[in-house]
Ligand binder design. Structure first.
Ligand SMILES: [Zn+2]
Length: 427
């Protein structure tokens, strides 16, 4: 059977338009049904993904209509943001001109598909009747102190002159033009979603009908961990380095200190040392790296020795102070005590640079058999023998060791112990 779609479809599409078949008007006699599909991004052409997606929505809308519902089925365009600016750069035109041209063309194509949209309700997120409401919400947040400005590091492509999302940095280069990506500090607006992180965590408990996977994804995203600041003193100058740790229970296993390359102490530490040149080259190189890559636990960790030593406050051991790419200034205090036996990133780094290791929580392997850090629970060992630091043999559970109380157990002099506070992955 042949189907002369050109004649048939054109005829009925015209008729529907003339009759206003899909225009939704108030009608108290019928039950309302609102059906909304996600708006397409106006890249210029409808593709098969759109056809499939919007056909499913259209079938649902027509079905509900035939069941007697008063269906409202609008359409619009998700038309703001960086992709529009990038497309405009590529096509050598203004984002406004380019975006509206694309919208006009896609509307024609969507209409040819015969979808049952109420086109009188079309919105484009780049038009002021729509985005004035975004601005209104922003102003409300600003008035309540929930919107603020601060400088922060972004991925910057010097050739495209745009910022790039982490996903758009491929092997340290711009996905579009392959130029090496730089880290640049730019003033940006932030919304204080962090004000709500505790509430979010609490309310997750109430989501009893949600899949466990979704709930745990949300809670991992907030990433709350309890930690404590401990002060290490520099051997030569007596200057203090506050380190942040979520595992004060492993302090007897801290065999070196790592500072973020951006740490304010670094400049003085390396000045005049034989390592100064190498360290400066390293800091310069790291400043161009993506922070996501730097802090991931499966990428090779790089660093340089500063030439200085610090004193571990619980056993007075001298530990070397390093600078490494895997410590970020944004995390805690920008300085960590490295416990290679019980932290995977410290483990990788210590192996790479042949730094000493000491087991302080008993795990399945001995030191020479260890192929990765043991981050689990266990009996405390090698953690002091005399009365004043007697924590050996305590069976710690995760709750205990996360607490400030534990740090006190190791008999840290209170002058070397900072305050306890939670740390969140969600910055
Ligand atoms: Zn580029």
């Amino acid at each position: 059977m042949s189907y002369p779609f050109k004649e048939i479809e054109e005829k009925w599409q015209k008729a529907w338009e003339k009759q206003g078949s899909f225009v939704s008007l108030p009608d108290p006699k019928r039950k309302k049904y609102y059906l909304l599909e996600m708006f397409p991004y106006p890249s210029g052409k409808i593709h098969m993904g759109h056809v499939r997606n919007y056909t499913i929505g259209d079938v649902a809308a027509r079905f509900k209509s035939m069941q007697g519902f008063n269906v409202m089925h609008p359409m619009g365009f998700d038309a703001f943001g960086q992709p529009a600016e990038n497309a405009a750069i590529k096509n050598k035109t203004k984002p406004d001109t380019w975006t509206h041209k694309c919208i006009d063309w896609m509307r024609v194509e969507l209409k040819k598909m015969g979808f049952s949209y109420d086109w009188a309700r079309e919105v484009s997120t780049c038009d002021s009747p729509y985005y004035k409401w975004n601005q209104w919400i922003f102003l409300k947040m600003f008035e309540r102190g929930l919107a603020y400005k601060k400088a922060s590091g972004v991925n910057w492509c010097p050739s495209c002159e745009t910022t790039l999302a982490n996903e758009e940095v491929i092997d340290g280069a711009c996905w579009r033009c392959h130029t090496r990506v730089e880290q640049k500090d730019l003033e940006q607006w932030y919304l204080k979603i962090t004000e709500y992180r505790e509430r979010l965590l609490d309310d997750l408990q109430g989501l009893s009908n949600w899949p466990e996977r979704v709930v745990s994804m949300q809670s991992n995203w907030i990433g709350k961990s309890s930690g404590v600041q401990i002060y290490f003193k520099l051997k030569d100058t007596g200057e203090t380095i506050p380190v942040f740790t979520t595992r004060p229970d492993t302090i007897f296993g801290a065999t070196y200190i790592v500072l973020a390359p951006e740490h304010p102490l670094v400049k003085n530490l390396i000045q005049g040392n034989p390592q100064e040149k190498e360290a400066k080259r390293f800091i310069e190189r790291v400043s161009r790296e993506s922070k996501v890559v730097r802090s991931s636990s499966d990428v090779k960790k790089e660093g340089v020795f500063t030439g200085s030593f610090a004193i571990n406050p619980v056993n007075n051991e001298e530990v070397p102070v390093w600078i490494a790419d895997y410590v970020l200034m944004e995390y805690g205090t920008g300085a960590i005590m490295a416990v290679p036996t019980h932290d995977q990133r410290d483990f990788l780094f210590a192996k790479e640079h042949k730094l000493p290791m000491r087991i302080v929580i008993k795990g399945p392997d001995s030191l020479d058999k260890m192929t990765e850090a043991y981050e689990g629970d266990g009996i405390q060992v090698n953690s002091g023998k005399n009365k004043n630091s007697a924590v050996d043999g305590r069976n710690k559970n995760r709750q205990d060791r996360d607490s400030l109380a534990f740090a006190r157990l190791a008999y840290l002099p209170s002058a070397l112990l900072g305050h306890a506070y939670p740390h969140y992955l969600l910055p």
